[in-house]
Design a protein around this ligand. Structure first.
Ligand code: HEC
Length: 179
């Protein structure tokens, strides 16, 4: 009888297993946690600036795709803008659209709806405002980049897409630093 009840107790144990001290050993370590302060004198999260309010969804002063499409690109496509845009494109867009922009990125290959070819006539004929809006609001599958790229950064990316990718040039792959 004693043995049986012990067996039952042991069977029930996994239910409470989360409460064991070693269950969260992996989480409790010296690494810095999200929103944790590295300043010992000021522990905890940095307070928000005065008068700031939380907003839901996408942070954009432009209302929607319709309003976005009509915008004109305010950033001249000079060398500096194109270079900046190229860097950002490689970080944020190549996983799906590929270095060439043709939609042959490694992540894109796994998607049911394949990333569009940004060098195709369809996108060439879109206005800069349309592309800016796509980055801002995202598409059916494509996520929004409004919280990752500033408004100006998005225009720089467009200048890069226009000047380099849509001119048949491929991005130079940034090789990770040699080990
Ligand atoms: C997670 C994968 C993914 C990433 C990353 C991504 N896209 Fe996309 N993109 C897509 C997919 C999929 C589509 C097809 C349409 C859709 O999802 O609505 C698309 C469509 C587009 C279109 C619409 C083209 C047209 O003519 O209709 C534009 C423009 C575009 N992407 C630009 C970008 C830019 C610029 C970046 C980088 C800031 C980027 N995308 C990052 C997946 C991605």
């Amino acid at each position: 009888m004693m043995k049986l009840s012990l067996a039952i107790v042991l069977l029930l144990v996994p239910t409470f297993a989360q409460a064991w001290p070693w269950s969260d050993d992996m989480a409790n370590q010296i690494s810095i946690k999200p929103q944790e302060s590295v300043d010992l004198k000021n522990p905890g999260m940095r307070p928000y600036p005065k008068h700031s309010v939380p907003i839901p969804g996408v942070s954009s002063l432009v209302k929607d795709m319709g309003a976005s499409e009509k915008q004109l690109n305010p950033i001249p496509a000079d060398d500096k803008s194109v270079a900046l845009g190229g860097k950002l494109f490689q970080i944020y867009c190549t996983p799906c659209h590929g270095y060439s922009g043709k939609g042959d990125g490694l992540v894109g290959a796994k998607l049911l709806l394949k990333p569009f070819d940004l060098t195709a006539d369809q996108t060439k004929e879109r206005s800069d405002g349309f592309i800016w809006g796509y980055m801002t609001f995202g598409g059916a599958v494509m996520p929004s980049y409004a919280n990752d790229l500033s408004a100006t950064e998005r225009w720089n990316v467009i200048n890069y897409v226009r000047k380099v990718l849509q001119n048949g040039q491929s991005a130079v792959a940034v090789t990770p630093a040699a080990k």
